[in-house]
Design a protein around this ligand. Structure first.
Ligand SMILES: Cc1cn([C@H]2C[C@H](O)[C@@H](COP(=O)(O)OP(=O)(O)O[C@H]3O[C@H](C)C(=O)[C@H](O)[C@H]3O)O2)c(=O)[nH]c1=O
Length: 150
């Protein structure tokens, strides 16, 4: 596990099993300590240079990885009472040297940018089905979150 500032946010390097026909990419197993149950899996396609966010989920526990392309994801801890209140982590996820899973509890703000030349896919496994009433958004230029994308 790699160390991040935000309490409860975890980054785990994943295996890619090389095979001349095409590798196998690990993602998430039910016996992983971070597994919280299965609700839904989906991909967010992000075009080159595009930033999506800020987003916030009241309830969802999320597991991100990037099986195609490269994405920088920034996470902000605005949870009152958190031991790491105010902390920001920035993580690179890609399909080769940074093939990792970012596991994230609810109530953290995040945004992500495609930094590959082609589009990227951000895969997400969540512990309950997506519901539109469960999330919040802020614009990228908000002054509530102490991070500016360039
Ligand atoms: C995820 C989802 C989205 N939608 C609708 C809601 C919007 O009208 C549209 C795009 O959703 P959104 O703008 O949230 O898409 P992304 O910015 O790619 O973000 C999504 O993928 C990243 C990785 C996240 O972590 C978000 O929580 C997730 O919403 O699809 C649905 O109808 N059902 C769904 O399950």
């Amino acid at each position: 596990m790699e160390s991040l500032k935000i309490h409860d946010l975890s980054l785990v390097r994943l295996k890619q099993i090389v095979d001349p026909r095409g590798a196998v990419y690990h993602y998430l197993k039910a016996d992983d300590p971070n597994f919280r149950g299965f609700g839904e899996a989906y991909y967010s396609k992000v075009n080159p240079g595009v930033i999506k966010g800020w987003k916030y989920h009241h309830e969802l526990f999320q597991h991100f990885c990037v099986p195609f392309g490269a994405i920088e994801i920034v996470v902000y801890d605005g949870r009152e009472g958190s031991a790491t209140y105010g902390a920001v982590d920035k993580v690179l996820l890609n399909d080769n040297s940074h093939y990792s899973r970012l596991s994230m509890p609810p109530k953290l703000w995040y945004s992500f940018k495609c930094v590959s030349e082609e589009f990227s896919l951000l895969a997400n496994i969540i512990d309950q089905a997506h519901r539109p009433d469960e999330s919040e958004v802020l614009s990228l230029d908000t002054n509530i979150i102490p991070y500016e994308w360039h």
